[in-house]
Write a protein that binds this ligand. Structure first.
Ligand SMILES: Nc1ncnc2c1ncn2[C@@H]1O[C@H](COP(=O)(O)OP(=O)(O)OP(=O)(O)O)[C@@H](O)[C@H]1O
Ligand SMILES: [Mg+2]
Length: 462
């Protein structure tokens, strides 16, 4: 019903977009003139009262009729000035400026005392331009806007679900691809080692021939010159060497990818968190090398912990990607921004340490802190298992920081400040779930706008 009346409204509509009434009556005129106006306009919610053209107040049709219907009401009020009637009624006025959002105005209107809830409200469009707005119309418009918001949210959620599904599929494809790549890469890595060995054997064979043939043979010497034998002899080994190194790197990459895509089943495994971080950094290497961001690792000596390493790598991936995104965006916007840096600190710790650390620091402090930790953080693996209850992994960046007013929302599903196609707003929500729900850990954030952001993951050691 209201969509017909209100379909010109949108989420940002204000009270001046609604039907307003501007009939005015001077307060010195008699009550009869007021009665006449109401009689001629039975649907008019109220009349603006003025004194010498200036706004004084408003009388609603409802209050007017109620007052006249009292005993002797007509006799008392109709023959006197409107002022007498107004002084008698004098209900509180609710005045909004024209650009008040409909939703806000409706909220205030219904918070009035019970007996005034349906009194019309007043809209001040410009100074000295007051108009009357029927509360019922305001409420109907509000519920129309509410419906619009609900529809929009539904559409957004649907789009985001599709996006999530696509990501899940992409994850599966990556896992499958990593799996398929393993065999050929294994073949290259394994065989190149043998080929180097065979090559050394061939060289030995040639050397033995040369030693045992007293006179050089011309044809052989010519061929050696033709093929640049001395150069090839050395270069071949170097080439084999670089093929071996590259194949090893590919193996590492593929195993990091498999790790990341949960290929190893659902059981918790004894994991070295520092290695997990290195695996993640390897996957991200191209990204941070291109961006020019410096990554400063400050790993402590950590005990192994039981965890789902694939999931934990995913958390590292989300947090480091967020830091890289933030730093890149910052550098694009601010021409004189400082060089982007990400510090990764790991250590075993006791939660009592939390109080004196990590509180609101400047980028300089972050830097000092990382230096301090580099020197100071030496604990043996066994000791840390005994003394400390938690592993702390801190990912710190000197990016733009997060505005205080959105810090509460960043863990919400689908909350993102990034452009469409760039962020889905799932990274932190998933990370929170993995750390807190799946691993009984904690995820802390400490961010100062203009200084930087720190996320701390705490995982229980036992
Ligand atoms: N290190 C950071 N510095 C500044 N802002 C950050 C940082 N980390 C997170 N944020 C803010 O938190 C929001 C939510 O992060 P989240 O990882 O959940 O989603 P996203 O990065 O926007 O999208 P997705 O991770 O799903 O691709 C980001 O859009 C960004 O505004
Ligand atoms: Mg993210």
């Amino acid at each position: 019903m209201f969509s017909y009346l209100n379909n010109h409204l949108d989420l940002g509509s204000t009270v001046k977009d609604l039907q307003l009434h501007s009939i005015r009556v001077e307060i010195d005129t008699s009550g009869i003139s007021l009665a006449k106006v109401f009689e001629e306009n039975p649907l008019l919610p109220g009349i603006i009262l003025t004194k010498s053209g200036k706004f004084i107040g408003m009388i609603s049709q409802q209050q007017f009729l109620k007052t006249l219907s009292r005993q002797y009401g007509r006799e008392i009020f109709l023959n006197r000035s409107v002022k007498v009637l107004y002084d008698f009624i004098k209900s509180e006025l609710l005045i909004f400026s024209g650009d008040t959002p409909i939703v806000d105005a409706a909220d205030k209107a219904v918070k009035r005392p019970q007996e005034f809830i349906y009194e019309p409200v007043i809209v001040e469009n410009s100074p000295e331009d007051y108009q009357v707005l029927e509360t019922q119309k305001l409420l109907i418009a509000q519920s129309y806007i509410h419906q619009l918001a609900k529809d929009l949210l539904q559409k957004q959620t649907q789009a985001q679900l599709i996006q999530t599904e696509k990501l899940v599929m992409l994850g599966q494809m990556v896992a499958g691809l990593a799996h398929e790549l393993r065999n050929p890469i294994n073949c290259v890595a394994g065989n190149s080692k043998f080929m180097s060995g065979y090559y050394q054997d061939f060289l030995k064979l040639i050397n033995t021939y040369e030693k045992n043939i007293p006179e050089p043979i011309k044809e052989v010497e010519d061929l050696k010159e033709d093929i640049d034998f001395e150069f090839v002899k050395h270069d071949y080994l170097e080439m084999m060497n670089s093929i071996e190194i590259s194949a090893d790197r590919m193996m590492q990459l593929v195993s990091s990818l498999r790790n990341f895509s949960h290929m190893e089943g659902t059981k918790r495994k004894e994991t070295n968190i520092n290695e997990c971080l290195d695996g993640t950094l390897l996957i991200l290497k191209n990204r941070w090398k291109v961006s020019g961001v410096e990554i400063i690792k400050n790993y402590g000596d950590l005990p192994l912990i039981l965890c789902h390493s694939g999931q934990i790598s995913q958390v590292f991936m989300n947090l480091i990607t967020n830091a890289l995104d933030a730093l890149e965006e910052y550098q694009e916007k601010e021409t004189d921004s400082r060089p982007g840096k990400i510090w990764i600190h790991t250590k075993a710790k006791d939660l009592s340490e939390n109080t004196d650390q990590n509180v609101d620091k400047s980028a300089h402090d972050i830097e000092l802190n990382s230096n301090y930790q580099m020197k100071g953080n030496v604990t043996s693996t066994e000791d840390s298992k005994e003394i400390y209850g938690w592993l702390s992994i801190r990912i710190v960046d000197n990016g733009p920081g997060i505005a205080y007013k959105i810090q509460k929302q960043i863990f919400d599903r689908f909350f993102t400040t990034k452009a469409i196609g760039k962020g889905t707003g799932l990274g932190l929500a998933i990370s929170y779930q993995i750390v807190v729900d799946n691993h009984q850990g904690k995820l802390h954030i400490n961010s100062t706008p203009g200084v930087g952001t720190e996320f701390e993951i705490l995982l229980p050691i036992k």
